[in-house]
Design a protein around this ligand. Structure first.
Ligand code: NAD
Length: 365
Protein backbone atom coordinates (compact mmCIF):
# COMPACT_ATOMS: atom_id res chain seq x y z
CA UNK A 1 0.00 0.00 0.00
CA UNK A 2 0.88 3.65 -0.34
CA UNK A 3 0.06 5.19 3.02
CA UNK A 4 -0.16 8.95 3.62
CA UNK A 5 0.45 9.82 7.28
CA UNK A 6 -0.39 13.44 8.07
CA UNK A 7 1.43 14.90 11.07
CA UNK A 8 4.10 12.23 10.80
CA UNK A 9 6.78 14.43 12.35
CA UNK A 10 4.76 14.77 15.57
CA UNK A 11 4.79 12.59 18.65
CA UNK A 12 2.23 9.95 17.66
CA UNK A 13 2.68 10.33 13.89
CA UNK A 14 6.40 9.56 14.15
CA UNK A 15 5.63 6.46 16.25
CA UNK A 16 3.14 5.34 13.57
CA UNK A 17 5.74 5.84 10.84
CA UNK A 18 8.45 3.99 12.76
CA UNK A 19 5.94 1.17 13.33
CA UNK A 20 4.95 0.99 9.64
CA UNK A 21 8.53 1.06 8.33
CA UNK A 22 9.82 -1.43 10.89
CA UNK A 23 6.90 -3.88 10.72
CA UNK A 24 5.43 -3.71 7.22
CA UNK A 25 6.51 -3.42 3.59
CA UNK A 26 4.21 -0.50 2.83
CA UNK A 27 5.32 2.83 1.37
CA UNK A 28 4.89 5.70 3.82
CA UNK A 29 4.47 9.31 2.75
CA UNK A 30 4.80 11.73 5.64
CA UNK A 31 2.82 14.94 4.99
CA UNK A 32 3.71 17.47 7.68
CA UNK A 33 3.91 21.25 7.83
CA UNK A 34 6.59 21.15 10.54
CA UNK A 35 5.02 23.47 13.06
CA UNK A 36 6.84 23.88 16.39
CA UNK A 37 5.56 20.35 17.24
CA UNK A 38 7.06 18.69 14.19
CA UNK A 39 10.54 17.27 14.61
CA UNK A 40 12.25 15.27 11.88
CA UNK A 41 14.87 14.10 14.38
CA UNK A 42 12.18 11.73 15.71
CA UNK A 43 12.39 9.87 12.39
CA UNK A 44 16.18 9.50 12.21
CA UNK A 45 15.94 5.69 12.64
CA UNK A 46 13.92 5.23 9.47
CA UNK A 47 14.55 8.32 7.33
CA UNK A 48 16.84 6.45 4.95
CA UNK A 49 14.36 3.66 4.30
CA UNK A 50 13.50 3.35 0.59
CA UNK A 51 9.84 3.01 1.66
CA UNK A 52 9.76 6.44 3.32
CA UNK A 53 9.23 9.89 1.81
CA UNK A 54 8.75 13.25 3.54
CA UNK A 55 6.64 15.97 1.91
CA UNK A 56 6.54 19.27 3.75
CA UNK A 57 3.03 20.61 3.30
CA UNK A 58 0.13 22.27 5.07
CA UNK A 59 -3.10 20.23 5.13
CA UNK A 60 -4.97 23.54 4.72
CA UNK A 61 -3.39 24.04 1.27
CA UNK A 62 -6.07 22.59 -1.01
CA UNK A 63 -4.15 22.62 -4.28
CA UNK A 64 -1.10 21.02 -2.69
CA UNK A 65 -3.28 18.33 -1.10
CA UNK A 66 -4.86 17.57 -4.51
CA UNK A 67 -1.39 17.35 -6.02
CA UNK A 68 -0.15 15.00 -3.30
CA UNK A 69 -3.14 12.65 -3.71
CA UNK A 70 -2.64 12.66 -7.48
CA UNK A 71 1.08 11.89 -7.17
CA UNK A 72 0.93 9.38 -4.35
CA UNK A 73 -2.27 7.52 -5.33
CA UNK A 74 -2.76 6.46 -1.71
CA UNK A 75 -4.51 3.29 -0.56
CA UNK A 76 -4.77 4.61 2.97
CA UNK A 77 -4.66 7.98 4.72
CA UNK A 78 -3.90 8.11 8.44
CA UNK A 79 -4.78 11.65 9.51
CA UNK A 80 -2.94 12.79 12.64
CA UNK A 81 -1.92 16.36 11.74
CA UNK A 82 -3.39 18.75 14.28
CA UNK A 83 -2.69 21.42 16.80
CA UNK A 84 -2.70 19.23 19.88
CA UNK A 85 -1.88 21.12 23.07
CA UNK A 86 -4.82 22.17 25.27
CA UNK A 87 -2.95 25.00 27.03
CA UNK A 88 -1.92 26.54 23.72
CA UNK A 89 -5.56 26.35 22.55
CA UNK A 90 -6.64 28.37 25.59
CA UNK A 91 -4.00 31.04 24.91
CA UNK A 92 -4.84 31.26 21.19
CA UNK A 93 -7.58 29.22 19.54
CA UNK A 94 -7.35 30.45 15.91
CA UNK A 95 -4.65 28.03 14.80
CA UNK A 96 -6.65 25.15 16.30
CA UNK A 97 -9.78 26.08 14.38
CA UNK A 98 -7.74 26.54 11.22
CA UNK A 99 -5.71 23.33 11.26
CA UNK A 100 -8.06 20.96 13.04
CA UNK A 101 -11.29 22.00 11.32
CA UNK A 102 -10.39 23.74 8.03
CA UNK A 103 -7.38 21.44 7.57
CA UNK A 104 -9.45 18.30 8.09
CA UNK A 105 -12.10 19.62 5.72
CA UNK A 106 -9.46 20.37 3.09
CA UNK A 107 -7.98 16.90 3.44
CA UNK A 108 -11.42 15.25 3.28
CA UNK A 109 -12.20 17.10 0.07
CA UNK A 110 -8.87 16.11 -1.49
CA UNK A 111 -9.54 12.49 -0.46
CA UNK A 112 -13.11 12.57 -1.78
CA UNK A 113 -12.14 13.98 -5.18
CA UNK A 114 -9.24 11.56 -5.52
CA UNK A 115 -11.34 8.56 -4.46
CA UNK A 116 -14.29 9.43 -6.71
CA UNK A 117 -11.99 9.92 -9.69
CA UNK A 118 -9.63 6.99 -9.16
CA UNK A 119 -12.25 4.52 -7.83
CA UNK A 120 -9.30 3.09 -5.91
CA UNK A 121 -10.46 -0.24 -4.52
CA UNK A 122 -10.07 -0.61 -0.77
CA UNK A 123 -9.19 3.06 -0.23
CA UNK A 124 -9.62 4.18 3.39
CA UNK A 125 -9.40 7.40 5.37
CA UNK A 126 -8.56 6.94 9.07
CA UNK A 127 -9.13 9.95 11.30
CA UNK A 128 -7.28 10.01 14.62
CA UNK A 129 -8.97 11.86 17.47
CA UNK A 130 -9.07 12.19 21.21
CA UNK A 131 -11.19 10.98 24.14
CA UNK A 132 -11.43 14.66 25.16
CA UNK A 133 -14.32 15.10 22.69
CA UNK A 134 -16.51 13.26 25.23
CA UNK A 135 -15.99 15.89 27.94
CA UNK A 136 -15.19 14.74 31.46
CA UNK A 137 -16.40 12.28 34.06
CA UNK A 138 -17.16 12.22 37.77
CA UNK A 139 -15.14 9.79 39.89
CA UNK A 140 -17.64 6.92 39.66
CA UNK A 141 -19.07 7.45 36.18
CA UNK A 142 -18.61 4.60 33.72
CA UNK A 143 -15.83 5.13 31.17
CA UNK A 144 -16.48 6.69 27.74
CA UNK A 145 -17.75 4.29 25.11
CA UNK A 146 -17.95 4.89 21.37
CA UNK A 147 -21.57 6.01 21.78
CA UNK A 148 -20.99 8.56 24.57
CA UNK A 149 -22.39 11.95 23.52
CA UNK A 150 -19.84 14.60 22.57
CA UNK A 151 -19.36 17.40 25.17
CA UNK A 152 -15.94 18.99 24.58
CA UNK A 153 -14.64 21.50 27.14
CA UNK A 154 -11.60 23.23 25.62
CA UNK A 155 -10.99 25.00 22.30
CA UNK A 156 -8.73 22.05 21.43
CA UNK A 157 -11.30 19.35 22.14
CA UNK A 158 -14.08 21.38 20.49
CA UNK A 159 -12.00 21.68 17.32
CA UNK A 160 -11.26 17.95 17.36
CA UNK A 161 -14.97 17.20 17.93
CA UNK A 162 -15.78 19.33 14.88
CA UNK A 163 -13.27 17.44 12.78
CA UNK A 164 -14.78 14.12 13.92
CA UNK A 165 -18.25 15.30 12.83
CA UNK A 166 -16.90 16.33 9.43
CA UNK A 167 -15.24 12.95 8.87
CA UNK A 168 -18.39 11.07 9.86
CA UNK A 169 -20.47 13.28 7.56
CA UNK A 170 -18.13 12.67 4.61
CA UNK A 171 -18.63 8.95 5.16
CA UNK A 172 -22.38 9.25 5.39
CA UNK A 173 -22.98 11.82 2.65
CA UNK A 174 -20.37 10.94 0.05
CA UNK A 175 -19.74 7.32 1.00
CA UNK A 176 -16.06 8.10 1.58
CA UNK A 177 -14.64 4.95 3.25
CA UNK A 178 -13.79 6.29 6.69
CA UNK A 179 -12.88 4.83 10.05
CA UNK A 180 -12.18 6.77 13.24
CA UNK A 181 -10.49 6.35 16.59
CA UNK A 182 -10.47 8.30 19.85
CA UNK A 183 -7.65 7.69 22.28
CA UNK A 184 -6.58 8.66 25.76
CA UNK A 185 -3.38 10.48 26.86
CA UNK A 186 -0.34 9.09 25.07
CA UNK A 187 3.12 8.95 26.58
CA UNK A 188 6.49 7.51 25.66
CA UNK A 189 9.64 8.33 23.70
CA UNK A 190 9.95 11.47 21.51
CA UNK A 191 7.15 13.38 23.27
CA UNK A 192 7.50 17.16 23.11
CA UNK A 193 8.66 18.48 26.50
CA UNK A 194 5.59 20.70 27.01
CA UNK A 195 3.49 17.62 27.90
CA UNK A 196 3.21 16.39 31.50
CA UNK A 197 5.57 13.42 31.59
CA UNK A 198 8.61 14.76 29.68
CA UNK A 199 8.10 18.19 31.24
CA UNK A 200 8.32 16.73 34.74
CA UNK A 201 11.31 14.48 33.94
CA UNK A 202 13.31 17.33 32.41
CA UNK A 203 12.38 19.85 35.11
CA UNK A 204 13.39 17.35 37.80
CA UNK A 205 16.78 16.72 36.18
CA UNK A 206 17.52 20.43 36.14
CA UNK A 207 16.27 21.03 39.69
CA UNK A 208 13.28 23.13 38.60
CA UNK A 209 9.87 23.00 40.28
CA UNK A 210 7.39 20.30 39.29
CA UNK A 211 4.28 22.48 38.99
CA UNK A 212 0.98 20.65 39.21
CA UNK A 213 -2.37 22.13 38.23
CA UNK A 214 -4.90 22.52 41.09
CA UNK A 215 -4.87 19.64 43.54
CA UNK A 216 -3.30 17.20 41.08
CA UNK A 217 -6.26 14.89 41.52
CA UNK A 218 -7.36 14.99 37.88
CA UNK A 219 -7.52 11.48 36.46
CA UNK A 220 -6.21 10.53 33.03
CA UNK A 221 -5.85 7.19 31.29
CA UNK A 222 -2.30 6.64 29.99
CA UNK A 223 -1.60 4.84 26.72
CA UNK A 224 1.93 4.01 25.56
CA UNK A 225 2.51 5.54 22.13
CA UNK A 226 3.87 2.29 20.65
CA UNK A 227 0.74 0.41 21.75
CA UNK A 228 -1.29 3.18 20.15
CA UNK A 229 0.66 2.97 16.87
CA UNK A 230 -0.05 -0.75 16.68
CA UNK A 231 -3.75 -0.18 17.41
CA UNK A 232 -3.96 2.54 14.76
CA UNK A 233 -2.62 0.32 12.00
CA UNK A 234 -5.09 -2.40 13.01
CA UNK A 235 -8.01 0.05 12.99
CA UNK A 236 -6.89 1.59 9.70
CA UNK A 237 -6.68 -1.76 7.93
CA UNK A 238 -9.16 -4.02 9.77
CA UNK A 239 -11.60 -1.65 11.45
CA UNK A 240 -15.16 -1.66 10.15
CA UNK A 241 -15.95 1.28 7.87
CA UNK A 242 -17.94 4.15 9.43
CA UNK A 243 -17.12 2.86 12.91
CA UNK A 244 -15.24 4.49 15.77
CA UNK A 245 -12.85 2.64 18.08
CA UNK A 246 -11.76 3.90 21.48
CA UNK A 247 -8.14 3.21 22.35
CA UNK A 248 -6.80 3.37 25.91
CA UNK A 249 -4.07 1.97 28.11
CA UNK A 250 -6.28 0.69 30.97
CA UNK A 251 -4.13 2.84 33.28
CA UNK A 252 -6.22 5.45 35.07
CA UNK A 253 -4.02 7.60 37.30
CA UNK A 254 -4.26 10.89 39.15
CA UNK A 255 -1.76 13.47 37.87
CA UNK A 256 -0.10 13.64 41.27
CA UNK A 257 0.43 9.86 41.22
CA UNK A 258 2.03 10.12 37.78
CA UNK A 259 4.47 12.73 39.08
CA UNK A 260 5.21 10.72 42.23
CA UNK A 261 5.89 7.63 40.09
CA UNK A 262 8.30 9.65 37.95
CA UNK A 263 10.10 10.91 41.05
CA UNK A 264 10.46 7.36 42.40
CA UNK A 265 11.85 6.15 39.08
CA UNK A 266 14.27 9.07 38.94
CA UNK A 267 15.50 8.28 42.48
CA UNK A 268 16.35 4.80 41.22
CA UNK A 269 17.56 5.52 37.68
CA UNK A 270 19.04 9.00 37.97
CA UNK A 271 20.50 9.17 41.49
CA UNK A 272 23.81 10.28 39.96
CA UNK A 273 22.10 13.11 38.08
CA UNK A 274 20.24 14.57 41.05
CA UNK A 275 20.81 18.34 41.21
CA UNK A 276 23.18 19.41 43.96
CA UNK A 277 21.56 20.19 47.29
CA UNK A 278 18.31 18.40 46.43
CA UNK A 279 17.22 15.88 49.02
CA UNK A 280 14.59 14.05 47.01
CA UNK A 281 12.91 14.73 43.65
CA UNK A 282 9.47 14.96 45.28
CA UNK A 283 10.70 18.09 47.14
CA UNK A 284 10.35 19.89 43.79
CA UNK A 285 6.56 19.34 43.60
CA UNK A 286 4.53 22.58 43.76
CA UNK A 287 0.87 23.32 43.13
CA UNK A 288 -0.24 26.13 40.78
CA UNK A 289 -3.60 27.70 39.85
CA UNK A 290 -5.72 25.23 37.93
CA UNK A 291 -6.22 25.47 34.17
CA UNK A 292 -9.58 27.10 33.24
CA UNK A 293 -12.25 24.54 32.34
CA UNK A 294 -9.96 21.72 33.48
CA UNK A 295 -11.60 18.32 32.97
CA UNK A 296 -11.63 16.22 36.12
CA UNK A 297 -11.46 12.73 34.71
CA UNK A 298 -11.17 10.88 31.41
CA UNK A 299 -11.51 7.14 31.10
CA UNK A 300 -12.10 5.02 28.01
CA UNK A 301 -13.84 1.71 27.69
CA UNK A 302 -11.81 -0.35 25.21
CA UNK A 303 -14.07 -3.40 25.06
CA UNK A 304 -14.89 -2.83 21.40
CA UNK A 305 -11.33 -2.80 20.04
CA UNK A 306 -10.46 -5.76 22.26
CA UNK A 307 -13.45 -7.82 21.16
CA UNK A 308 -13.67 -6.84 17.49
CA UNK A 309 -10.00 -6.41 16.58
CA UNK A 310 -8.23 -8.47 19.26
CA UNK A 311 -6.03 -5.57 20.41
CA UNK A 312 -5.03 -4.77 23.95
CA UNK A 313 -2.17 -2.64 25.32
CA UNK A 314 1.14 -4.47 25.86
CA UNK A 315 2.67 -1.94 28.24
CA UNK A 316 1.55 -1.66 31.83
CA UNK A 317 1.77 1.82 33.34
CA UNK A 318 4.77 0.67 35.38
CA UNK A 319 6.71 -0.86 32.48
CA UNK A 320 5.88 2.01 30.12
CA UNK A 321 6.88 4.72 32.59
CA UNK A 322 10.16 2.98 33.40
CA UNK A 323 10.97 2.66 29.70
CA UNK A 324 10.06 6.31 29.13
CA UNK A 325 12.21 7.65 31.97
CA UNK A 326 15.11 5.52 30.71
CA UNK A 327 14.62 6.88 27.19
CA UNK A 328 14.75 10.53 28.30
CA UNK A 329 17.83 9.80 30.41
CA UNK A 330 19.60 8.26 27.41
CA UNK A 331 18.46 10.71 24.72
CA UNK A 332 19.51 14.09 25.98
CA UNK A 333 20.61 15.14 22.48
CA UNK A 334 17.03 14.83 21.19
CA UNK A 335 15.37 16.85 23.96
CA UNK A 336 18.17 19.36 24.38
CA UNK A 337 17.71 20.34 20.72
CA UNK A 338 13.99 20.89 21.40
CA UNK A 339 14.58 22.94 24.53
CA UNK A 340 17.18 25.23 22.90
CA UNK A 341 15.20 25.44 19.65
CA UNK A 342 17.98 24.04 17.44
CA UNK A 343 15.70 21.18 16.29
CA UNK A 344 14.00 23.78 14.13
CA UNK A 345 17.07 23.97 11.91
CA UNK A 346 16.00 20.54 10.61
CA UNK A 347 13.10 22.25 8.89
CA UNK A 348 13.55 22.34 5.19
CA UNK A 349 14.31 25.85 3.98
CA UNK A 350 15.19 27.21 7.41
CA UNK A 351 18.72 25.98 7.77
CA UNK A 352 20.06 29.43 8.44
CA UNK A 353 19.40 31.92 11.19
CA UNK A 354 19.14 31.70 14.93
CA UNK A 355 16.66 29.18 16.30
CA UNK A 356 14.26 30.44 18.92
CA UNK A 357 14.05 28.60 22.21
CA UNK A 358 10.63 27.06 22.65
CA UNK A 359 8.34 28.74 25.14
CA UNK A 360 7.01 26.12 27.52
CA UNK A 361 4.39 27.05 30.08
CA UNK A 362 5.22 26.62 33.74
CA UNK A 363 2.66 23.88 34.41
CA UNK A 364 1.92 21.10 31.99
CA UNK A 365 -0.52 18.36 31.24
N1 NAD B 1 -0.79 13.21 22.32
C1 NAD B 1 -1.89 12.70 22.84
O1 NAD B 1 -1.90 12.29 24.00
C2 NAD B 1 -3.14 12.60 22.02
C3 NAD B 1 -4.28 12.05 22.62
C4 NAD B 1 -5.43 11.91 21.87
C5 NAD B 1 -5.45 12.28 20.54
N2 NAD B 1 -4.34 12.83 19.98
C6 NAD B 1 -4.43 13.22 18.55
O2 NAD B 1 -3.43 12.50 17.84
C7 NAD B 1 -2.90 13.32 16.80
C8 NAD B 1 -1.41 13.43 16.94
O3 NAD B 1 -1.09 13.98 18.21
P1 NAD B 1 0.41 14.29 18.64
O4 NAD B 1 0.47 14.28 20.10
O5 NAD B 1 1.33 13.44 17.87
O6 NAD B 1 0.52 15.80 18.13
P2 NAD B 1 1.82 16.67 17.90
O7 NAD B 1 1.44 18.06 18.26
O8 NAD B 1 3.01 16.06 18.56
O9 NAD B 1 2.08 16.57 16.33
C9 NAD B 1 1.25 17.18 15.39
C10 NAD B 1 1.97 17.16 14.04
O10 NAD B 1 1.09 17.75 13.07
C11 NAD B 1 1.83 18.66 12.28
N3 NAD B 1 0.93 19.71 11.80
C12 NAD B 1 0.29 20.67 12.55
N4 NAD B 1 -0.44 21.46 11.75
C13 NAD B 1 -0.29 20.99 10.49
C14 NAD B 1 -0.81 21.39 9.23
N5 NAD B 1 -1.63 22.45 9.11
N6 NAD B 1 -0.48 20.66 8.14
C15 NAD B 1 0.37 19.60 8.23
N7 NAD B 1 0.90 19.20 9.40
C16 NAD B 1 0.57 19.88 10.51
C17 NAD B 1 2.91 19.22 13.22
O11 NAD B 1 4.01 19.74 12.49
C18 NAD B 1 3.26 17.98 14.03
O12 NAD B 1 4.30 17.25 13.40
C19 NAD B 1 -3.63 14.65 16.88
O13 NAD B 1 -4.66 14.66 15.94
C20 NAD B 1 -4.17 14.68 18.30
O14 NAD B 1 -5.36 15.44 18.36
C21 NAD B 1 -3.20 13.01 20.69
Amino acid sequence: MNIIVTGGAGFIGSAVIRYLIQNTEHNVINVDKLTYAGNLASLKDIERSPNYVFMQSDICDASHMDEIFETVQPDLVMHLAAESHVDRSIEGSAEFIHTNIIGTHTLLEAARKYWQKSQKEGFRFHHISTDEVYGDLEAHDPAFTETTAYAPSSPYSASKASSDHLVRAWGRTYGLPIVMSNCSNNYGHYQFPEKLIPHMILNALSGKNLPIYGSGQQVRDWLHVDDHAEALFLIATKGKLDETYNVGGESEKQNIDVVNTLCTLLEELAADRKPEGLNQFTDLITYVTDRPGHDQRYAVDITKIKTDLGWSPKHTFESGMRETVQWYLSNQEWWQAVLDGSYQLERIGTTTGEPEAIHIKEAAE
